[in-house]
Design a protein. Structure first.
Length: 103
C-alpha cells in the first residue's frame, strides 16, 4: 500500500494573500527596529560629534575609561588632558565621553 501525501494548498483563497500579509509583517518589524534602535543611535552619535567639536581648553571632561581631567590643549584629533599637577596624557578626541563643566 503506497503512502500518498496531500499538498497543503490554500483552500478557496487568493494564494498571494499569504505572501502579502507576510511582507506587511516584515515591513512592520523593520519599522519598529528603525524607530527603536537605529534612529536613537544615530541621534546619540550626532550629539557626541557636536559635543566633541565644541570642546575647548579648560573644559572638565570624563573619558570613556573614567578618567577625569581638564583639557590643556586640543589638536586635530588629539586632546591633551591634565589629570593632576604636572601630569598630562594624550587621548583621541573620541575617547571623551562627557563634558562636566565648560570653562
Amino acid at each position: 500500500m503506497p503512502l500518498t501525501y496531500a499538498a497543503a494548498a490554500p483552500q478557496g483563497g487568493d494564494p498571494t494573500a499569504g505572501l502579502l500579509s507576510t511582507l506587511i509583517f516584515f515591513a512592520a518589524i523593520l519599522l519598529i527596529f528603525y524607530f527603536m534602535l537605529i534612529r536613537p543611535q544615530v541621534k546619540r552619535q550626532k550629539e557626541h560629534q557636536k559635543m566633541l567639536s565644541e570642546l575647548k581648553k579648560g573644559d572638565r571632561v570624563v573619558t570613556t575609561a573614567g578618567i577625569h581631567g581638564t583639557i590643556a590643549e586640543i589638536e586635530d584629533t588629539v586632546v591633551i588632558l591634565q589629570i593632576a599637577d604636572n601630569t598630562r596624557i594624550r587621548l583621541e578626541k573620541s575617547a571623551i565621553a562627557t563634558v562636566l563643566k565648560k570653562s
